[in-house]
Design a protein around this ligand. Sequence first.
Ligand code: FAD
Length: 347
Amino acid sequence: MAPDPHDFLALDSLLNGEERLVRDTVRAWVVDTVLPGIGDWYERGVFPRELFPALGELGLLGMHLNGYGTAGASAVSYGLACLELEAGDSGFRSAVSVQGSLSMFPIWKYGSEAQKEEWLPRMARGEAIGCFGLTEPDAGSDPSSMRTAARRAGPGDEADWIVSGSKMWITNGGIADIAVVWARTDDDIRGFLVPRGTAGFSTRDMHHKLSLRASVTSELILDEVRLPSSAVLPDVRGLKGPLSCLSEARYGIVWGSMGAARARYESALDYATTRRQFGRPIGGFQLTQRKLTDMVVELEKGVLLALHLGRLKDDGRSRARPGPSSARTGSPSSIPSSATPTTSSRC
Ligand SMILES: Cc1cc2nc3c(=O)[nH]c(=O)nc-3n(C[C@H](O)[C@H](O)[C@H](O)COP(=O)(O)OP(=O)(O)OC[C@H]3O[C@@H](n4cnc5c(N)ncnc54)[C@H](O)[C@@H]3O)c2cc1C
């Protein structure tokens, strides 16, 4: 039997029934809902925020977390969802990554019980949108140089916080109901929950992007924003907080990039079998076949790697950093804030 040109290595057989169901459900949703509209959203440079509840109904928002209305899915299922979303458009995978891995994850992992109850169920349903504010105009790869700062408005732990600074390139910023903002304090870098509408907090969308156009990218401006003491994430201090979130998001990006690659491959394959030159489809020429072969080999290698990472993650054996023998130690939760890690990938 000839190999399936869409699954040369029969990777489908490596997935269990639940994983295939997630994959097929998201793929069908993308075909029915994303593909018909993406040309228009891309041209206009907008993300259709009205689709957030549908993403919530599918269980895709914070789907790899547990409790608080989240789906509690496996890492592999989450990865497959990212792959299928990004096969439709990178903006959709990005929106879901930012919501689940960069906004819900820090609340879920480091938030107080009250913060979790207030935000996570609504975010899982897509009724509230989150964003993650780490990058600044002068602090990109090097977030340790951030200038956004928070100080206490008075003495004691119950005093309000005053936050000032600006964040740049923030996905979902202009449509977010809640911003997770990282700021330096006299007690290390800390995370703050800043709801839309808080006095002194505003956003400005960035337009004319060349890529990721169906995605809202914004500047966050914090001008002496006064927050209650309960707005700080109580259970993390230092850069390990935001960097652990980025590790979560990067896992989804590994899968997502394979979705983009698959869409490119399928489009090239379709063109090569329908476009005729010199009396036959251009896919009939060996030089074209060589290009398609290279594409499918790289694609399947990437999916295998993503799947391996997912199995490790589901097994509790994934590591975001080199092991303890290295200068930088252990898991994200043990990254010292004095280290100089970078944040080189998009969200
Ligand atoms: C569409 C989009 C969405 C984004 N969404 C978010 C978001 O939601 N939240 C958020 O906080 N941020 C977000 N970002 C910001 C993103 O994470 C930053 O762009 C990233 O951290 C890099 O920072 P920079 O753009 O300032 O580049 P710079 O830090 O100025 O780097 C410029 C170049 O130098 C290279 N470089 C830097 N340091 C080193 C080094 N030590 N060694 C080798 N090369 C190096 C980089 O790889 C890069 O190629 C987004 C960015 C984009 C474009």
